[in-house]
Each structure stands twice: as C-alpha cells, then as structure tokens.
Design a protein around this ligand. Structure first.
Ligand code: HEC
Ligand code: HEC
Length: 331
C-alpha cells in the first residue's frame, strides 16, 4: 500500500469515527429518495455574498435602469416572481415564469427551465447582456459602478487593488450570493431524524407523494432540478391549456428541443425543484397555473395518468408546504 492510500484509509476511518458520533447524537433516517439540505453554507465568503446581494438588487445593471435581478427573483415570493410573465428592461414581457433563485446551486441538471446553461458562472456572464433580462452590457455597468465611490470602496475592501470593479469580481460576488441562498426546512429536520419536525398530515402527504410516483421525478437534494422529463407525458397539456383560455402553444413550450435540436426533446423540461413551492406560484414554465392544488392535479393527470382525489391532493399539498424554508415560514 502506498503512502497516499494509507493516508486515504486513515481519512476514511477518521470520517467513519466522526459519523459514528453524529449518529449517536441524532439518528439519521433510513435512506429516503429526498436528501436533506445542510443547515448552513460553509464554502461561500460572506463578504463577497454581501456585495453580491447588493449588486443583485441594483437596477443600474439593466439597460434602462428599471429592473434588477431581484425584480424577477423576489425574496418574499420564494425567490421567484408572483407575476405569470416577468417584465424585463425596456418593458419586454417574457413568455416564461421566473424560477426560484433559492437552492439554485443544487440544480445539477443545468440551469433554466431547459437546462440550457451549465452553471451559475455561465449564467451570470450571459445574463447582463441578455435582451430578455437586463438588456445591458458589462462594459457600461462597470463604468457606472466604478464611478460610484461607495461601490468602489466596497469592492476594494473585499478584492483590494487599484481597480477592483471588474466583471470577474462583480460576477464572483453575485454568484457567491446565489450560492449562499439555501433554505433548510422542517422536512429536512425530519429527514435528519427529528420525528416531531413535521405533522401527521405532512407525513401522510409524503407517503402519498412517494406512492403516487411523484418521487420518481422529484427526488434528490432539491426534490427535482437533477433530471429532464417531458412535461405532458400523458394527455394534451398544451391543448387543455388553450381550452382554458390560458394561451395557445408558443415557442418556449418546445422546451429542451430548442437547446439540443433533438426531436425527442420536444416539451422536455428540467424537473422543477419543489423546495419552497408553496411560495413560488404561479406554476410551471408557462406560469399558467395559480394554485398548488391544480398543479398537483395536473401533474397526476399529465405525468402519471392518474386523477388524484381531492383529499389526497390536500395531503400532498401539506407535505409540499413542509418544504418551505424555516426562515421563510416565519416571515
Ligand atoms: C425580467 C425578469 C428577470 C430578471 C430581471 C432576471 N431574471 Fe433570472 N430568470 C428569469 C427567467 C424567466 C428565468 C428562466 C429563463 C429560462 O428558463 O430560459 C431566469 C433564470 C435564472 C437563473 C436560473 C435558475 C434555475 O433554476 O435554473 C438564475 C441563476 C438567474 N435567473 C439569475 C439572475 C440574475 C443574477 C439576474 C440579474 C443579473 C437575473 N436573474 C435577472 C427572469 C429574470
Ligand atoms: C415524469 C416526471 C414527473 C412526475 C412523475 C411528476 N412531476 Fe412534477 N414536474 C415535472 C416537470 C418536468 C416539471 C416542470 C414542468 C414545467 O414547468 O414545464 C414539474 C413541475 C412540478 C410542479 C411545479 C413547480 C413549479 O415551480 O412550477 C409541481 C408543484 C409538481 N411538479 C408536483 C408534482 C407532484 C405532486 C407529482 C406527483 C403527483 C409530480 N409532480 C410528478 C416532472 C414530473
């Protein structure tokens, strides 16, 4: 055995010993298809995240000074947008509903409804110039920020140097902020072994969520965000939407086909994360559904081919509400 594998072995043994200790302190539940969020983020520089939070709320990042990132990713709306269609700089109305910015670091399938962007670093480099969001360009943004003495001094405190207001630093700050946004919930406490963290109805709802097959798509640490599936596997979701007067089929409904150009990716979307879903109405990429109850009903109908009875939907909804971050429940 080489020295390095000895070292590795020692490491594994040390971890096993440490885990043993936590296990006795709090019994970790038998493996569940949903994994708990950590209580805290430990890999983000708090100073950078704080600067990022300011930039995230700064309307000077948009071409006409009317929107900030926060305009469409609102903290009190679960990090999403309560409007069906968000309005970008220069009053452009989008056809997509804004997804939540909370726990976004765990959306491992890629970002946006179609997974078209690899990660947060790629997203931030394109979002300022995107005509559908900020409609600006980094060069102009940096000029404005560098002319603001308060901003320059904040950048200097964190990054040092004579010209700290750079795209690299600003982007890193915003991404640090985004990576810091995690929302551990009561359900996570239950997953970690606290039996009293959720109510009896929430537990029944979780069992129904599993038994109905929701968990086949919505699983992992973000209860989704880690795979792609066709939205409307069964029946005609888009036709039914039009019949309800909620809009005919549009380009964005093609989903991942627009990214991969593969016919089989028609109407394929990233499985949505269900964390904080009680706060992120309206639902789906098209924002066509106002209530969680109807979203559950349509998921049963179009993803599982099953009409879920109203009382079961109530239980499932109760479970989904237990996924709201503890700090957001208190608001
Ligand atoms: C006009 C509304 C609007 C503004 C302003 C806006 N966004 Fe978004 N954001 C959206 C929409 C809509 C999507 C989904 C786009 C898609 O799927 O193609 C999105 C997606 C995202 C995602 C991916 C989320 C996920 O779950 O994959 C991140 C991260 C993000 N935005 C960050 C930002 C940042 C940072 C800014 C500011 C520089 C910003 N947004 C400004 C509407 C907006
Ligand atoms: C076959 C995969 C699949 C199954 C099974 C499934 N879902 Fe989904 N779910 C998705 C996809 C994909 C989306 C994103 C659809 C879109 O917006 O285009 C989604 C979105 C949602 C949303 C909307 C989230 C938001 O922020 O807009 C809710 C709520 C939801 N699912 C709940 C459920 C429930 C409850 C069940 C079980 C009854 C279920 N899902 C079963 C794939 C699935």
């Amino acid at each position: 055995m080489s020295t390095s594998s000895f070292r590795l072995l020692f490491f594994v043994v040390a971890i096993a010993a440490a885990t043993q200790l936590t296990v006795t302190a709090q019994a970790i539940r038998a493996p569940e298809p949903i994994l708990p969020l950590p209580e805290k983020v430990t890999d983000v520089d708090p100073g950078k995240a704080k600067l990022g939070e300011k930039l995230f709320a700064d309307k000077r990042l948009s071409g006409d000074g009317t929107v900030s990132c926060q305009s469409c990713h609102l903290p009190h709306a679960g990090g999403a947008d309560p409007r069906r269609h968000s309005v970008s700089a220069f009053g452009k109305v989008r056809e997509l509903n804004s997804p939540t910015i909370f726990n976004v670091r765990y959306n491992t399938a890629g970002l946006n409804w179609t997974g078209r962007t690899k990660d947060l670093d790629a997203q931030i480099s394109s979002s300022v110039g995107n005509a559908d969001t900020m409609a600006h360009d980094w060069g102009k943004v940096l000029k404005v920020l560098a002319a603001d003495p308060a901003m320059v001094s904040e950048f200097k405190t964190i990054y040092g140097g004579d010209a700290p207001v750079t795209q690299k630093n600003a982007s890193e700050a915003i991404v640090s902020f985004e990576r810091s946004l995690i929302t551990p919930s009561r359900f996570d406490d239950w997953l970690k072994g606290d039996d009293k963290a959720i109510t009896a109805q929430e537990k029944v709802g979780y069992d129904k969520f599993k038994n109905n097959g929701c968990v086949g798509c919505h699983n992992g640490i973000n209860v989704g965000g880690n795979s792609f599936m066709k939205f409307g596997l069964i029946g005609d979701y888009y036709g039914d939407r039009a019949k309800k007067g909620r809009g005919a089929m549009v380009e964005v409904d093609k989903g991942r086909l627009l990214v991969t150009k593969k016919e089989e990716d028609t109407h394929v979307f990233r499985v949505a994360s269900l964390r904080n879903v009680a706060l992120t109405a309206p639902y789906f990429h098209d924002g066509a559904v106002d209530t969680l109850d109807e979203a559950i009903q349509l998921m049963g109908r179009h993803q599982l081919g099953r009409e879920i009875p109203p009382d079961e939907r109530k239980d499932i909804e109760a479970f989904l509400r237990s996924l709201t971050g503890k700090q957001l429940e208190k608001r």
